[in-house]
Design a protein around this ligand. Structure first.
Ligand SMILES: *[C@@H]1O[C@H](CO)[C@@H](O)[C@H](O)[C@H]1NC(C)=O
Ligand SMILES: *[C@@H]1O[C@H](CO)[C@@H](O)[C@H](O)[C@H]1NC(C)=O
Ligand SMILES: *[C@@H]1O[C@H](CO)[C@@H](O)[C@H](O)[C@H]1NC(C)=O
Ligand SMILES: *[C@@H]1O[C@H](CO)[C@@H](O)[C@H](O)[C@H]1NC(C)=O
Length: 371
């Protein structure tokens, strides 16, 4: 364990060195491998979140050194309008805020995108306050190894993630993509903290402006993606939740759009008017049967491709508890099973990219990628 921590500290030192030296190497841009040059695209879900607490610079850096094409930060807002990387605006599950007496008075209950949530919320903290918190592993019982890195990292800003990516592009000699998800778009808009212009502004200021740049911006909502379409040429990705669920903004608007309707050929054609890709729950592509075995592939990939959309399903995870029964290695829910075989089944179904918590495994399955 000491060893793991030492390696990660070394990695971070190396990165800082690279960041300082990054600008002088920008001409390498022209030659190096692109983030979309190898198929399927490896999207490191929350970083290498199977090995290091999610949404930390350590998790993103490890994902990149493992060969991921894209790092996938989830974004929420601070009270003073900064984008930070957390899976939820409720912070209690992913950092040490509950152990911090000075923030006890921020504990409250509110309605977030239709759900009652109790805890500490990003929108009640300034960035300076957020920077005093330390990240922790949200699923320590499944990932006890990660929990040993609790409090090793702080909570990164979106700009810090871009800086890390640009630094590692030098040592990796390849372009690394950035794949942010806007969380609770309507919620933050209603608070006067709209995320869409901020994300676009930061991307544009960092030189990411065009359709072919290594970026996807994703959301489970619809209105914010349509708004983004007007603000930027960067690629957008529509996420799909459970088939019977409605995107939260659509429910608020009173439309009857469900994800199931968005998954029909007609629904996909509508999505293709604003998005370049779709990110469905993996059951849209290969559902599981009642015995928790993989069933037969649906027409989803074919229909999405016919609409001109790429397909990047989520989430591929190596622990037995997440795998179809036939790929579980034993009765320990936290031991790794045969993720390789699950991935191969989805590659056979024609997907273009995968969200994965253990990016090294997908990189290995993909095999030789010429550059
Ligand atoms: C970087 O990669 C490109 C091709 O992707 C290759 O031509 C070039 O030699 C590499 N540069 C270094 C320093 O390895
Ligand atoms: C939360 O908001 C949704 C709609 O915005 C509403 O339908 C729901 O009743 C609210 N829940 C609570 C507990 O206030
Ligand atoms: C789990 O345990 C059950 C009952 O002992 C056994 O039948 C089954 O084969 C085990 N599964 C695996 C994957 O080892
Ligand atoms: C499950 O398999 C892992 C290795 O893959 C092993 O370390 C662990 O002891 C096994 N657990 C059980 C309950 O068999």
């Amino acid at each position: 364990m000491k060893e793991k921590r030492r390696v990660i500290l070394l990695l971070v030192k190396f990165l800082v060195f690279n960041i300082v030296n990054a600008t002088s190497f920008s001409d390498l841009n022209l030659k190096r491998r692109g983030a979309d040059d190898c198929k399927p695209v490896v999207v490191a879900h929350r970083g290498a979140s199977g090995y290091v607490p999610e949404h930390t610079l350590g998790a993103y850096a490890l994902a990149i050194t493992m060969g991921a094409d894209y790092v996938e930060p989830d974004l929420v807002m601070t009270s003073d309008g900064h984008l930070i990387s957390r899976h939820e605006n409720e912070l209690g599950h992913t950092c040490d805020v509950s152990q911090r007496p000075e923030f006890a008075n921020r504990y409250r209950t509110q309605n977030v995108s239709g759900k009652t949530v109790t805890g500490w919320f990003s929108e009640d903290f300034t960035l300076a306050e957020i920077k005093t918190l330390r990240a922790t592993e949200p699923i320590p019982l499944i990932r006890p190894g990660n929990a040993r890195l609790d409090k090793a990292y702080d909570i990164p800003t979106f700009q810090e993630i871009i800086d890390l990516v640009k630094a590692l592009e030098i040592s990796e000699n390849r372009t690394i993509g950035i794949y942010p998800e806007l969380k609770y778009g309507l919620h933050f808009q209603n608070l006067g903290l709209a995320m869409e212009p901020k994300v676009v502004d930061i991307f544009h200021r960092n030189g990411y402006t065009e359709k072919n740049d290594p970026v996807y911006i994703q959301s489970f909502e619809v209105s914010n993606l349509k708004k983004l379409k007007k603000l930027t040429n960067l690629r957008l990705l529509q996420l799909y939740g459970a088939p019977t669920a409605r995107p939260f903004d659509q429910a608020e608007l009173g439309t009857w759009l469900t994800y199931a309707r968005m998954a029909t050929p007609k629904g996909l054609a509508n999505v293709a008017e604003y998005a370049a890709a779709v990110g469905p729950q993996k059951s849209y592509i290969i559902p599981r049967n009642l015995a928790n075995n993989l069933g037969s592939p649906t027409n989803f990939v074919k229909d999405a491709h016919a609409a001109g959309l790429e397909v990047h399903p989520w989430t591929f995870r190596a622990e037995n508890v997440y795998l179809p029964k036939e790929f579980q290695s034993n009765n320990s829910s936290i031991a790794f099973g045969d993720l390789e075989s699950e991935i191969k089944a989805f590659l056979d179904a024609g997907v273009d990219g995968l969200f994965v918590d253990q990016p090294d495994i997908l990189v290995r399955v993909r095999g030789q990628c010429s550059d």
